[in-house]
Design a protein around this ligand. Structure first.
Ligand SMILES: [Mg+2]
Length: 201
């Protein structure tokens, strides 16, 4: 089982560049460093909302869309073009061409295939991943794609891992998650009784 963003693929251009260019197309000028700082804080704010919810880290398509609306609003502020900027960014990151393979991830997937392992994706990305996965290497090697909005849970929820086990008919100790996040991938998978390996983020 592989995490997706930061482990197997990364945005290209970067998130900050994509936000800058999209803002610019709507007459809003923010430099990339300011976007990076604002994005990080906005991302953490949404993570905190999920952690404080009851049940924690439950999600669906509406919540994932709301998350990204919140992040885009935090980055750009209350500008009139906000709905249009959000719509463009949503579509941008839904496009397979906005993503490129991470070399190390390509090697890991090749090694897993060579060892005869079944490969799946376990991601906090939403349903947009379902269209991206078949179109971007090495995601296209996966026989199953588990996206948060479709499972109903985000990592690090224990329920995320249990839902994957049920769908695959596997025990926790038959599964290994490879990811780039110490908390969402390594610690959460271990807590679920899975094997786990961290790659450098
Ligand atoms: Mg990741």
């Amino acid at each position: 089982m592989f995490d997706v963003v930061g482990t197997l693929v990364e945005p290209c251009p970067s998130v900050a560049r994509a936000y800058r260019d999209t803002g610019r197309a709507h007459g809003i000028e923010i430099d990339e460093e300011a976007i990076r700082v604002a994005f990080r804080a906005a991302w953490q704010r949404q993570e905190a909302i999920d952690a404080a919810a009851t049940p924690a880290h439950a999600t669906d398509r509406r919540r994932e869309r709301e998350r990204w609306q919140g992040i885009v609003a935090d980055v750009f502020g209350p500008v009139a073009a906000l709905p249009a900027i959000f719509a463009d960014l949503w579509d941008h990151f839904a496009d397979p061409r906005a993503w490129r393979p991470v070399g190390r991830g390509v090697d890991l997937v090749a090694a897993a295939r060579g060892a005869g392992l079944e490969i799946a994706l376990a991601s906090n990305f939403d349903e947009r991943l379902l269209a991206i996965a078949p179109a971007v290497a090495p995601l296209d090697a996966a026989s199953h794609v588990f996206a948060s909005s479709e499972l109903g849970w985000r990592k690090p929820a224990l329920e995320f891992f249990r839902a994957v086990e049920r769908r695959l008919g596997r025990r926790p100790d038959e599964l290994i998650l490879v990811g780039d996040d110490p908390r969402l991938d390594l610690a959460a998978a271990h807590r679920a009784g899975w094997h786990a390996r961290l790659v450098d983020g």
